[in-house]
Write a protein that binds this ligand. Structure first.
Ligand code: SF4
Ligand code: SF4
Length: 155
C-alpha cells in the first residue's frame, strides 16, 4: 500500500518538474528568438558571451597588482604568498632598488590556481587583490595561462 502512495507522489513530482521545464523552455526560447527583454527570466541560461552574469563584488576573480603612487608595485617580495599558496603557482622575483626591495617579476600560473584567496589575505602590503571582475581564461596552451601581474597593459 505504501509503495502505491509513493507512486502517486512520484507522478505528482514529475508533473511539477515537467510543467516548469516546458514553461521555462518556451518562455526562454520565444524571448530569445524575438529578442524580447523582460524582467522575468524564462530560465537560468545565460547567453554568454552576448550576455554576462553580474559578478558579486566579493567574488574572487583574476588577481591584480596594486601599485604605489610613483608607479612601483606594492609587492616587497616577502614570499609569504608563495609560501602559503596551496597550489604552488606563484612565482616572485624581487630586487633591491634604491635601498627598497621591489618585485621585478610576479607570475601566477592560473591554470593551477584554486582561487582560495590565501595569497591576498596573507600579504602584509595589500599588494594583490582578486577583485578585477575578470574570469575569462581562454588559451590553447598552458603558457598563456600565466598572469603577469606587473604588466600594466590590457590583460
Ligand atoms: S588564490 Fe590560492 S591557489 Fe591561487 S595563487 Fe592565491 S594562494 Fe595560490
Ligand atoms: S604579494 Fe605580498 S605576500 Fe606576496 S611577495 Fe609580495 S608583499 Fe609578499
Amino acid at each position: 500500500m505504501k509503495g502505491f502512495l509513493y507512486f502517486f507522489e512520484t507522478i505528482k513530482g514529475l508533473l511539477v518538474t515537467g510543467k516548469h521545464l516546458i514553461v521555462n523552455f518556451f518562455f526562454h526560447t520565444i524571448n530569445y528568438i524575438f529578442r524580447i527583454k523582460t524582467k522575468r527570466r524564462g530560465s537560468v541560461t545565460t547567453q554568454y558571451p552576448e550576455e554576462k552574469r553580474e559578478i558579486p563584488p566579493r567574488y574572487r576573480t583574476k588577481h591584480r597588482m596594486m601599485f604605489n603612487e610613483e608607479g612601483t608595485p606594492r609587492c616587497v617580495g616577502c614570499m609569504l604568498c608563495v609560501t602559503v599558496c596551496p597550489s604552488d603557482c606563484i612565482f616572485v622575483k624581487a630586487e633591491e632598488i634604491e635601498g627598497k626591495k621591489i618585485a621585478t617579476e610576479f607570475i601566477i600560473h592560473v591554470n593551477r590556481c584554486a582561487f582560495c584567496g590565501y595569497c591576498v589575505e596573507v600579504c602584509p602590503e595589500d599588494a594583490i587583490r582578486m577583485d578585477s571582475g575578470k574570469l575569462d581564461f581562454v588559451s590553447d596552451s598552458q603558457k598563456n595561462l600565466s598572469l603577469n601581474l606587473l604588466f600594466k597593459g590590457k590583460k
